[in-house]
Design a protein around this ligand. Structure first.
Ligand code: MSP
Length: 509
């Protein structure tokens, strides 16, 4: 039976419109899902919206509308973005969904029954923007205004609340959980071990002064803290409230994607919550870097927030997805610039990836009446080609498991340079003129299988155009292994003069 992999994005706060950072994580998750599908896994992708909490309540109030109306509006915009970006999720979970609410209430009741929680007084600093308690060392005094380490205004809280017993799980975390879970990159794991775990306190998990959240029912004036609510969406997102926990435990791999600022919730609290319920802990926690702009971190006050809709409308979804995967280094911060995007479209997509397809179609029509010829399998050049693709296949499998998508792109580009050189060296137009048919057939055959290689390997990234080419190649079912089939295109007729990626003309400044 095929192995099952669950991939998740963070569920995004429904407090404002999506920006390029949200788009980045969700595209990564979608790409990962498709690569796992190409490897033969049964895949399931969960994304969605985090719709409760003080920040959202306050924003709705400022707009003079009910919180539910507010989050309905924002969620629609996110859904629209995912559709424009060709994201194929299996579940879109909203924390205001009735089934999710019921599930989280049952989880709270279970912790109560297991005596994992206790009542106390919650006194301390809270950042509604981060939806997170802050310790004294994380507070900055900015000319008399107290701010969190990221620069948001903080509040002093003093209310009755329930606490989750975290402190007595330290040993388990360090000696068992952290040894088992794959936390990537390593340096973030070390940061957590060196700083955060030592100062671990029990976690305050209910609120009484903010009622835009899930009520605990057992203690009617207590509402569940957004992070406890949100993390369980990864399980409630498995659809239908029945047997959710069993469904979760059946995954062979559970991969959570996010950026670095929220790994402590995923690497510390989340595994503890799961372990106390005897549920599987995630296999992989992947924290990527931030997308920043040429003027630094995006922020509303600097008016430099990048709107993904604008980019997609101007340049296209495949183009944007390719740029994100090629140019943003997954484990470091990466800069978005329109200039870089245009360069990427022109040099990679138009001049190489797209041009190979057009060139091939031109030659196929001219020399073989649009029918792919058979190769002479004894020729050295053919043997070299097959050997190279086999080596690429092995490398790509490793890259997928290591989340090295830009390495995969490099392999594809390298292969395109190779085939372009093959064309320049062998000059098919002269072979045609000199009636050197055997070599000409072999060269055209090699180009055809190269095109199959390129578009299958890039199909998780440039989804639309790959699907278009794969249809032209009449490949009904395909996987990564299909690149090792060197006979299925022989004698296939393709008559196409489509230009897949148009060049972007740059205005001179
Ligand atoms: N609601 C919580 C997550 C709960 S998950 C159980 C949350 N939401 S968020 O709207 O703030 O989204 C944070 C996530 O958005 C980051 O972890 C990251 O995946 C993505 N990004 C937001 N800004 C980003 C960048 N500038 N760059 C890259 N990704 C970023 O936290």
């Amino acid at each position: 039976m095929a192995k099952k992999v669950l991939i998740t994005t963070p569920i995004y706060y429904a407090s404002g419109n999506p920006h390029i950072g949200h788009a980045y994580t969700t595209v990564l998750a979608d790409v990962l899902k498709d690569y796992y599908r190409l490897l033969g896994y049964n895949t399931y992708l969960v994304t969605g919206m985090d719709e409760h909490g003080q920040k959202i309540h306050d924003k709705a109030e400022a707009e003079g509308i009910e919180p539910l109306e507010f989050v309905n509006n924002v969620s629609k915009i996110f859904i629209n973005l995912w559709s424009k970006l060709n994201i194929k999720y299996d579940s879109f979970i909203r924390t205001t969904d009735k089934d999710h609410v019921k599930y989280v209430q049952s989880i709270f009741a279970k912790y109560n029954e297991l005596e994992k929680i206790y009542k106390g007084d919650w006194k301390g600093y809270y950042c509604p923007n981060c939806e997170e308690s802050k310790s004294n060392s994380e507070i900055i005094n900015d000319n008399g205004t107290l701010k969190c380490d990221i620069g948001h205004n903080i509040e002093l809280k003093d209310e009755e609340a329930f606490f989750y017993k975290i402190n007595d799980k330290k040993n388990w975390l360090v000696h068992k959980c952290f040894k088992k879970m794959n936390i990537i990159p390593d340096n973030r794991k070390n940061e957590l071990l060196n700083s955060f775990i030592n100062n671990l306190l029990d976690l305050c998990i209910t609120r009484t002064k903010n009622n835009w959240g899930i009520n605990t029912i057992i203690y009617p004036n207590h509402y569940i803290y957004v992070w406890l609510d949100a993390l369980f969406s990864y399980i409630s997102g498995l659809n239908k409230i029945e047997n959710l926990n069993n469904k979760w435990n059946k995954f062979n791999k559970i991969i959570h994607l996010m950026s670095k600022e929220i790994i402590r919730f995923h690497c510390i609290y989340w595994p503890i919550f799961l372990n106390d319920l005897k549920l599987k802990i995630p296999t992989d926690i992947i924290s990527h870097g931030w997308i920043i702009t040429e003027s630094g971190k995006m922020s509303k006050s600097l008016n430099n927030v990048i709107d993904p809709f604008e980019i997609i409308n101007k340049y296209g979804s495949d183009q944007f997805r390719y740029f994100l995967l090629k140019e943003i280094p997954i484990f470091n911060d990466g800069v978005y610039s329109e200039k870089l995007l245009i360069e990427c479209i022109n040099s990679d997509l138009s001049n190489n990836i797209g041009n190979l397809y057009s060139r091939f179609n031109g030659m196929l029509a001219k020399y073989f009446n649009s029918e792919i010829p058979e190769a002479d399998k004894k020729l050295d050049i053919y043997k070299i080609f097959k050997k190279t693709i086999k080596a690429h296949y092995k490398k790509i499998k490793v890259c997928i498991k290591n989340f090295q998508f830009n390495e995969i792109i490099k392999i594809v580009l390298q292969q395109i340079y190779w085939v372009n050189k093959l064309i320049e060296d062998n000059k098919p137009w002269e072979l045609f003129k000199n009636e050197n048919t055997n070599l000409l057939k072999t060269i055209i055959n090699i180009i055809a299988y190269n095109i199959k290689f390129v578009y299958i390997v890039l199909s998780p990234i440039i989804k639309e155009k790959s699907l278009y080419v794969i249809k032209k190649l009449c490949l009904k079912k395909y996987s990564l292994k299909s690149i090792l089939n060197f006979i299925d295109l022989d004698y296939l007729k393709i008559d196409d003069n489509e230009i897949l990626f148009k060049r972007i003309e740059q205005k001179n400044n």
